[in-house]
Design a protein around this ligand. Structure first.
Ligand code: AMP
Length: 229
C-alpha cells in the first residue's frame, strides 16, 4: 500500500491550518506544522526557541538547514506509521523541497506518494483574514479561530473550544507591516518551489482558497478523492 504525504503550499492566511484541522477531524490525517513546532520551541524557551524568536516575530523565514533538521526526526517517525501525513508550512523554499526529497530517499521510503495542494487567493483576502485570526495559546493545541468569520469564531469569547485555553493573536499577525513582509517572502520563494514540483512527477492539485472554509474543504476533498487518497 502506498503511503501519502500531502503538502499544503500557499501564502500565510490561505487557510492551511484551518483546513488541516478539518483533515485531522474528518480524514484522520496527521499534521506536521512547522509554524506550530517553532511556536512550541519559543514557548518552551528551548535553545532553538531563543534562536528563532526574533525571526518569527519579524515575519522572516528560519534558515533552511535549521527548519529541515527540526522536521527530519519527526517526519521519519511518522513515516514509520501507516498514516497520511499532512505537511503544513514545509517545504517553503525549493531548498527545503530538495531536502525533503533527500530525507525520503535516504530513508528508502520508496512507496511514499507526495501530493501537492497549492492554495491561492488574493492579497486583500489574506490581509483581511490575518488581521482577524486568533490562535489557541496552548502550544499543544494551537487551534485556529477568526474574529470575523462566525463559522470560525470560538464558542465562548476568546476561549478555545478544544482545550479551554485563552485564544490570542499571533505576534506575526500583529500589524500590516509584518504581514506584508511575510507575504513578500512567500512570493519570493513560491514560484521556484512550485516549479520544482511541476518538474517532478508528483501530483499537484490547485485549489482556489478565496471562499468560506467549508467550500474550500469541499474542493480539497474532491481533489484528494480524485488523487485516490
Ligand atoms: P506559519 O505558522 O506556517 O505561518 O509559520 C510561522 C513562522 O514560522 C514563519 O513565518 C517562519 O518564521 C517560521 N516557519 C515555519 N515554517 C517554516 C519553514 N518551512 N521555513 C522557514 N521558516 C518557517
Amino acid at each position: 500500500m502506498k503511503q501519502n504525504i500531502v503538502i499544503f503550499l500557499g501564502p500565510p492566511g490561505s487557510g492551511k491550518g484551518s483546513l488541516a484541522q478539518l483533515c485531522i477531524k474528518h480524514m484522520g490525517w496527521v499534521q506536521l506544522s512547522t509554524g506550530n513546532l517553532c511556536r512550541q520551541h519559543i514557548a518552551l524557551k528551548t535553545e532553538i526557541g531563543k534562536q528563532i524568536d526574533f525571526c518569527i516575530k519579524s515575519g522572516k523565514l528560519i534558515s533552511d538547514s535549521l527548519i529541515t533538521s527540526m522536521v527530519e526526526e519527526i517526519l521519519i517517525e511518522y513515516m514509520q506509521k501507516d498514516v497520511t501525513l499532512l505537511l503544513d508550512g514545509f517545504p517553503r523554499t525549493m531548498r527545503q523541497a530538495q531536502a525533503l526529497d533527500t530525507i525520503l530517499k535516504a530513508q528508502k521510503f520508496s512507496c511514499i506518494r507526495l501530493v501537492i495542494v497549492n492554495l491561492s487567493l488574493s492579497d486583500d483576502t489574506i490581509l483581511d483574514r490575518l488581521s482577524a485570526r486568533l490562535i489557541c495559546q496552548n502550544t499543544k493545541c494551537q487551534a485556529v479561530y477568526s474574529l470575523k468569520n462566525r463559522a470560525l469564531a470560538p464558542r465562548d469569547v476568546m476561549v478555545c473550544d478544544a482545550c479551554s485555553a485563552p485564544v490570542i493573536q499571533r505576534s506575526d499577525d500583529h500589524g500590516e507591516l509584518v504581514i506584508r513582509e511575510r507575504l513578500k517572502i512567500y512570493y519570493e520563494h513560491a514560484k521556484d518551489l512550485l516549479d520544482y514540483y511541476r518538474q517532478s512527477s508528483h501530483l499537484i492539485k490547485n485549489i482556489v482558497a478565496e471562499g468560506m472554509l467549508d467550500e474550500v474543504f469541499n474542493q480539497l476533498q474532491q481533489a484528494i478523492g480524485l488523487a485516490g487518497i
